[in-house]
Design a protein around this ligand. Structure first.
Ligand code: UDX
Ligand code: UDX
Length: 471
């Protein structure tokens, strides 16, 4: 199948590389010349596991890069639109990129093609895309608009694409659904998984994945509803974590107790400093706004967003409680990315927290395995960047863990303790066992669990209610 993917961002580039790995001929189109030049030179613009291998495998052969959308459309049977849909000031998704791409696609429709929304868009976008393509002169018989939402998590996007829980195809005609079925056949018939050069099978993946065919509108809703539900799960457990802190219960134990109920499930139940990233915050606002336009006040989503914001504020209070005053304090921060495994800092709670701490007069020394370059662009005064966790910790008044990178859960605790000026760790991601931290001489504060203090340590600020309980 000949495929065009418009937009070479996190979603478009991964989709393009994976379609090529399924055996299709792919042209990835972007209007950013610098990005295209870098991709053509063989550079990999984002930190994403297995993406360098796939680009290396297919670049210049089954995978080409171009700025000529018109030619790419003419050459392709399916055009996937994966340009950004950023939020406007009112929280709606800004669909102007989608519209301008639809306008341009129209001129290239010379035989039957399908135009597929890959970006997260509000319900009804497919109708608008269809109208715009018609308005610009395409023959109604020669195209269909479909929705094929992606459920890629950054950091594991390639395996999420190739080993998905499900493939959702939203199409309003059998002909259109047929094209998408053919594109995904190597996954849905399981043949991809038999190949010796297939990307390694991740734990937990059940193959082959089911392919669910729905109406286009249902598929658009599935994407927004899925992200809203996952964000709700995170806010729910963050709220439960706050109650655990008040009563001296342990949220980890509570999570285990509720997550083993197969109706609830253990995933996306990790409390922390709130969700971030380019999807959840934007999609929640957009879904809220879509619902309002349709006449439904989805107040549950307001609460999910409020709890998320509150979670960051609670963490700041924890830092204050552990350190008393903040002005002039030197803080080591591990983690800048919005989650582990990615260099993305969009809507990163770590960045927002660092900005608040700097505003309160702290000096921050930060380390992240992948996101430092991007963070440098937004964090300037009073933030230094270290090249490893121990340099970040050197002479610091406390260490903050803000991103769930795997390497942060296996630090050399004795070395860390020696480096810090005071052995205080405030963990926003619950990466350590409080008992073990206390045994290594740390005053350790985490989320939804009582603080753990080393034997004989002076009691620290947080003396009210939860302060001195040890698990
Ligand atoms: C995507 C989806 O678009 C978004 O809806 C979803 O919720 C998250 O993933 P992402 O891939 O992260 O966004 O976007 P981004 O990294 O901004 O990439 C978009 C690409 O499209 C950029 O490379 C940009 O240059 C390109 N683009 C944008 C075009 O080629 N043409 C345009 O008109 C606009
Ligand atoms: C999300 C969706 O998971 C994916 O299906 C969709 O296509 C795009 O949006 P992504 O934004 O890459 O993916 O990251 P995700 O792994 O979902 O994490 C989002 C945020 O929630 C991160 O800040 C993460 O740290 C936080 N999170 C996640 C928690 O705080 N607790 C959890 O249990 C899970």
């Amino acid at each position: 199948m000949r495929i065009a993917v418009v937009g070479s961002g996190y979603v478009g580039l991964v989709a393009g590389a994976c379609f090529a790995d399924l055996g299709h001929d792919v042209i990835v189109v972007d209007n950013d010349q610098q990005k295209l030049a870098a991709l053509t030179r063989g550079e990999v613009p984002i930190h994403e596991k297995f993406l360098p291998e796939l680009l290396q495998r297919h670049r210049g052969q089954r995978l080409k890069f171009s700025d000529d959308l018109h030619a790419a459309v003419r050459a392709s049977a399916a055009i996937f639109v994966a340009v950004g849909t950023p939020p406007t000031d009112s929280g709606d998704a800004d669909l102007s990129y989608v519209e301008s791409v639809a306008r341009e696609i129209s001129g290239g429709i010379d035989d039957y093609k399908i135009v597929v929304e890959k970006s997260t868009v509000p319900v009804y976008t497919s109708e608008w895309v269809r109208k715009i393509i018609l308005r610009n002169g395409a023959d109604a018989e020669l195209f269909d608009v479909a929705s094929n939402p992606e459920f890629l998590r950054e950091g594991t996007a390639v395996t999420d694409f190739l080993f998905p829980d499900r493939i959702v195809v939203g199409a309003d005609s059998e002909r259109c659904a047929g094209v998408l079925r053919e594109i995904y056949a190597p996954l849905s018939d399981g043949s991809y998984y038999q190949r010796a050069d297939a990307i390694p099978h991740p734990d937990r993946a059940q193959v082959p994945p089911p392919l669910i065919v729905t109406s286009t509108k249902s598929a658009e809703l599935i994407k927004h509803a899925s992200n809203a539900f996952l964000a709700m799960k995170i806010s729910f457990i963050n709220a439960v974590a706050s109650i655990c802190e008040s009563v001296g219960a342990n949220v980890q134990q509570v999570c285990r107790g509720i997550g083993t109920d197969s109706r609830i499930g253990p995933r996306f139940l990790n409390p922390g400093i709130g969700y971030g990233g380019s999807c959840f915050p934007k999609d929640l606002m957009a879904f809220r706004s879509v619902a309002r336009e349709c006449g439904y006040e989805f107040r549950l989503l307001d609460e999910v967003m409020r709890i998320n914001e509150e979670q960051r504020q609670r963490f700041l209070r924890k830092v204050r409680n552990a350190l008393w005053t903040l002005r002039g304090k030197r803080l080591a921060v591990l983690g800048l990315a919005f989650k582990g495994g990615t260099d993305d800092i969009r809507e990163s709670p770590a960045i927002l927290l660092i900005q608040s701490l700097v505003q309160e007069g702290c000096v921050v020394v930060a380390y992240d395995p992948a996101a430092t370059e991007r963070a440098r662009e937004v964090l300037r005064s009073n933030v230094e960047f270290a090249s490893n966790p121990y340099d970040a910790a050197a002479g610091a008044d406390a260490l903050l863990l803000l991103t769930e990178w795997e390497e942060f859960s296996a630090l050399d605790l004795a070395q860390l303790n020696r480096k810090l000026r005071y052995p205080i760790v405030i963990d926003g991601r619950n990466l350590y066992d409080p008992e073990i931290m206390a045994a290594h001489g740390f005053s350790y504060y985490s989320v939804g669990r009582a603080p753990a203090l080393p034997e004989g340590s002076p009691t620290s600020g947080d003396g009210r209610g939860q302060g001195q309980k040890k698990i």
